[in-house]
Design a binder for this molecule. Structure first.
Ligand SMILES: Cc1ncc(COP(=O)(O)O)c(C=O)c1O
Length: 461
């Protein structure tokens, strides 16, 4: 590689090989250090951030120097990729997906107009089909890969609004429980709905959307001349992992002719397990579902998905023709640009397809079953500590508990556990009370680290 001068925009084969080899060494070292890396390491972040905020040089710098800087930048973080990360919603980041991404970006195929790259569009289409299948949707369903759950829900709301309200959304009303993820309200606003359009219903004692209360609210709005058009239910809330009664809600949605969207961003891939499928009974009757492969499939951030029962409804809401695309005849494969807000973007399918084909679906099912068992172990251990209370059942892999001595005691417990740097937990507030959450979802979190977490909680109380 040229010394002292920048790398040419088109490196030679040898240079490319050296770049890739050095980057792969960094990755192998990074992955290998996860079991011993601190769960949080923000030491030195201030200086590093200053260095990294510097503008780029006129002449390029040696790759080795840059790689070392990138490595330092990656290390200064909450270790969201590590086994001790049990905060918010973990995922991990499968290395196979990173390899797929290297190939994806290097070949730089155009994935949203099928005629330009039928091969790699088929890869993404097969993933979209598989996602529709695991939800239980019919052949006319269509899926899209998005940058995350928030964008998936955005497209779902746009599709529901278009299908049910047409051009005038001013009287539309959508229904959620007070446990719904905030991305729904955000998506509603971005979709042009006024704040008053979002009807937030109080969750029941199990923190689930009450189907009877939903029916009453729809009837009251309709009687008042408004247009109920959408209910968004949760297949696993972020706060506690609560699963709304999807079959009952689907019944209400059917009777009252409103679109049912299910936010399964956190819980969706538990559908691969027998326990998850039983808990989500009724999800197959939804009109659309948000799934987040960067959570329950352990893929790198930037991988979300939406599946819609009536693919034509998704297309009708997003398609706007363009004269300069006239040479590109539609074929059997979907033109993903017609089903989503995006035109030019990277192919997202390979980073899902490669791990699925490399490891097999069974590996994901097995890992997700393990997470359910691990959460149960935490639940039972916490139940055995008289200082703590578990107000809600652990339905999936979030264990949410309170300190009986009050919120300050809960906060102190969280601080002590996180100060260990072996696990990293987060908190939330339910019924105005401080709640500690343990969320287990990373493919790297196994029994040994969960036992450590239990021990840390025990000694912190
Ligand atoms: C239940 C739920 N819905 C939606 C989202 C938003 O997904 P994303 O962060 O991928 O945009 C999250 C994120 O944690 C979530 O837990």
């Amino acid at each position: 590689m040229a010394k002292g001068r920048g790398l040419p925009l088109e490196p030679s084969s040898d240079e490319l090989h050296d770049l890739g080899g050095a980057a792969l060494d960094l990755v192998v070292d990074f992955v290998g250090r996860r079991p011993t890396a601190p769960a949080v390491d923000l030491d030195g972040a201030h200086d590093l951030v200053d260095t990294l905020l510097a503008p780029p040089p006129e002449e390029g710098r040696p790759f080795a120097d840059l790689l070392s800087l990138i490595g330092d930048a990656a290390d200064v973080a909450v270790d969201t990729a590590g086994p001790g990360y049990m905060a918010y919603i973990p995922g991990g980041g499968l290395p196979g997906a990173a390899i797929a991404e290297l190939v994806t970006l290097a070949v730089n195929r155009y994935p949203t107009v099928a005629a330009l790259a039928p091969g790699l569009t088929a890869v993404e289409a097969s993933v979209a089909r598989w996602l529709c299948d695991i939800v239980g949707f019919p052949p006319e369903a269509q899926g899209i890969l998005t940058s995350g759950g928030s964008m998936a829900t955005f497209s779902a709301i746009v599709a529901a609004r278009h299908a049910r309200l047409g051009d005038d959304a001013s009287d539309g009303v959508l229904y959620v429980s007070d446990q719904i993820h905030h991305s729904v309200a955000k998506a509603a606003r971005l979709a042009g709905l006024p704040e008053r359009a979002v009807r937030v219903l109080p969750a029941d004692g199990d923190l689930r959307l009450d189907a009877g209360g939903l029916a009453d609210a729809i009837e009251a709005d309709r009687a008042a001349g408004r247009r109920p058009f959408l209910v968004v239910a949760s297949a696993g809330t972020t706060n506690t992992g609560a699963v709304d009664p999807l079959a009952d809600i689907a019944g209400v949605a059917r009777i009252h002719d409103v679109w049912l969207h299910v936010d399964a961003a956190y819980g969706g891939f538990f559908l691969l397990t027998d326990r998850g499928r039983a808990r989500f009974a009724g999800i197959e009757r939804a009109d659309s579902v948000t799934l987040d492969p960067h959570k329950g499939m352990f893929l790198p951030y930037g991988t979300g998905a939406l599946v819609v029962r009536d693919g034509d409804a998704l297309r009708a809401a997003h398609r706007v023709g363009a004269i300069y695309l006239q040479d590109l005849a539609p074929g059997a494969l979907p033109d993903f640009a017609d089903y989503s807000p995006e035109l030019s973007r990277e192919l997202r399918g390979l980073r899902v397809w490669l791990p699925l084909h490399l490891h097999g679906v069974g590996a994901f099912r097995h890992a997700l079953d393990e997470k359910l068992d691990l959460a149960r172990a935490v639940h039972e251990a916490v139940a055995g500590l008289p200082e703590l209370e578990l107000p809600w059942e652990t339905e999936l892999s979030v264990v949410a508990f309170r300190h009986r001595d009050g919120d300050d005691a809960g906060r102190r417990l969280l601080e002590r556990v996180n100060a260990s740097r072996r696990v990293f937990l987060s908190s939330t507030t339910v019924d105005d009370r401080f709640v500690v959450r343990v969320c287990i979802l990373s493919h790297r979190t196994h029994r040994d680290r969960v036992d450590e977490a239990i021990e840390l909680i025990r000694s912190a109380v």
